[in-house]
Design a protein around this ligand. Structure first.
Ligand SMILES: [Cu+2]
Length: 149
């Protein structure tokens, strides 16, 4: 008769199950899309949701892209005579733990001075600059209509 030795491998001591966190994004972008530009039009709009998963308020300050000379933040409101009007706003605050959105039919980002027509099926990189989170790069799909209705 031989003795049978059973060795229990201390899995946890080997570090299995432990997650090493690197740079956790403080702002998560979702439901991002750009509207395909029409013909030779040099402007188009974009939409996305920003989730602030940090514990401090943050603010979207600016957006840059190679696809356009300028990116503005526009709000759309019903003005006098029931006419929808859009006007620029300086930035957008996202409270700690909360989210803020540019939604089709409401607020949007406006790309002006397009360097080339923006075509459905393509993907355009935007660099979003936040007061605290810094630069967040997002590859944004281009579509003719809202893929997130
Ligand atoms: Cu606009």
């Amino acid at each position: 008769m031989r003795s049978l030795f059973i060795f229990l491998i201390p899995l946890l001591a080997l570090g299995i199950g432990q997650v090493t966190k690197s740079f956790a994004a403080e702002i998560e972008i979702s439901k991002a899309w750009l509207r395909a530009s029409i013909g030779q039009s040099s402007v188009t709009a974009g939409y996305f949701t920003m989730q602030n998963i940090s514990d401090q308020d943050d603010r979207l300050l600016s957006i840059q892209t190679f696809a356009a000379a300028k990116v503005e933040f526009h709000m759309t409101r019903i003005g006098e005579g029931g006419i929808m009007r859009m006007r620029p706003m300086g930035g957008l605050t996202i409270l700690a733990g909360e989210s803020a959105s540019f939604l089709a039919g409401r607020d949007h980002i406006m790309l002006t001075g397009l360097t080339a027509p923006i075509k459905a099926g393509n993907s355009i990189e935007l660099i979003l600059t936040f007061e605290h989170a810094g630069n967040v790069r997002v590859a944004v799909p281009v579509a003719r209509r809202n893929p997130f209705p």
